[in-house]
Design a protein around this ligand. Structure first.
Ligand SMILES: Nc1nc2c(c(=O)[nH]1)N[C@@H](CN(C=O)c1ccc(C(=O)N[C@@H](CCC(=O)O)C(=O)O)cc1)CN2
Length: 296
């Protein structure tokens, strides 16, 4: 039987609605408007699209959006000065530096210069450590979106076998921590994993985050498993540009119990969770109760 499609676009709309409701209450009851600053260095076309969407959705949710667009040859010193200014701006509750950065900039150095309390990407080393030790942190947006969809589909994830394919700092590692936090038995697989097909075949939950188009074929998927496809790969097929995931959707949809499509699955949840993290950061900064259902 074909899998249930987990509609990330529709789910993201419900998250944005919750965020907007919370923002309205913050304004009315506390006179506070959450603010998100996004820093873009250079002119990477995909990054430009994502930054535009982030600004638009921030404003649509009733929050303030601050965009800082810097030249591709901006020096590390100048970028650090911008981050420092945002760290000290009381109207800014969330700061995000769009990745990837141009090659001459040290990504770790820049990310770790963001005030951890405003690090709505959850990439700062302090937030990584807090998440890894099960403490309250800012949680990276893409894994948070995946977790929300999994919880919505299954209720409890306790005791489930989960495999995360990919070990990036942005998705793979935090995803594994979140699944562990929900009491899954977690395997992190990667390019050196032996017998990857067998490892994947044992999993009730498969999160594919490798960045390789259609790498996971349907016959690796256990019947009835839930497949979360984080990949966003642009390929050319039959003379046309196409967006595909890390999973071969056509064959996986016949084996899985539930699956996220690409596009329209995990992607839209990334920005919705960014808005959620901004509200969370704003509430924490002001000593207010955190929005329910918008954090891990
Ligand atoms: N600082 C950050 N940089 C990057 C992040 C991030 O979370 N923080 N993630 C990605 C890019 N990204 C957001 O920044 C992002 C990627 C994809 C989508 C999305 O909605 N995708 C759509 C397809 C869009 C398309 O046609 O290109 C989908 O999957 O349906 C949103 C945000 C790297 N950088």
């Amino acid at each position: 039987m074909a899998a249930q499609i987990i509609d990330g676009k529709a789910f993201a709309a419900t998250v944005r609605e919750k965020v907007a409701g919370h923002v309205a209450r913050l304004k009315e009851e506390n006179g506070i408007t959450p603010g998100l600053a996004v820093v873009l260095v250079g002119e990477d076309p995909a990054s430009q699209v994502y930054v535009r969407s982030k600004g638009k959705q921030t404003v649509e949710a009733g929050m303030n959006s601050y965009e800082h667009k810097l030249d591709a040859d901006t020096s590390e010193e100048d970028l650090l000065a911008v981050v420092n200014q945002l760290n000290n701006d009381p109207n800014v509750h969330g700061i995000l530096v769009q990745l990837p950065l141009p090659g001459h900039l040290n990504e770790d150095l820049i990310i770790n210069s963001i005030d951890p309390a405003k690090d709505v990407d959850g990439f700062h080393i302090s937030n990584v450590g807090l998440l890894g030790t099960g403490q309250k942190s800012m949680v990276p947006c893409t894994p948070l979106g995946c977790l929300m969809m999994l919880r919505d589909h299954h209720g409890s994830l306790s005791g489930m076998d989960a495999v995360v394919i990919g070990r990036s700092n942005i998705v793979g590692k935090p995803m594994a921590q979140l699944l562990l936090g929900d009491s899954c038995t977690v395997t992190i697989a990667h390019s050196r994993t032996k017998d990857l097909p067998d490892v994947v075949r044992r999993a009730d939950i498969v999160v594919a985050a490798v960045g390789r188009p259609e790498m996971v074929p349907g016959d690796w998927i256990k019947e009835g498993a839930t497949v979360i496809d984080v990949g966003i790969n642009r390929i050319e097929r039959d003379g046309k540009n196409k967006l595909v995931g890390d999973v071969d959707y056509a064959s996986a949809v016949e084996r899985a119990g539930a699956i996220t499509p690409v596009p329209g699955g995990v992607g839209p949840m990334t920005i919705a969770c960014l808005l959620a993290n901004t509200v969370t950061a704003c509430c924490r900064a002001n000593g207010l109760a955190e929005p329910e259902g918008l954090t891990a």
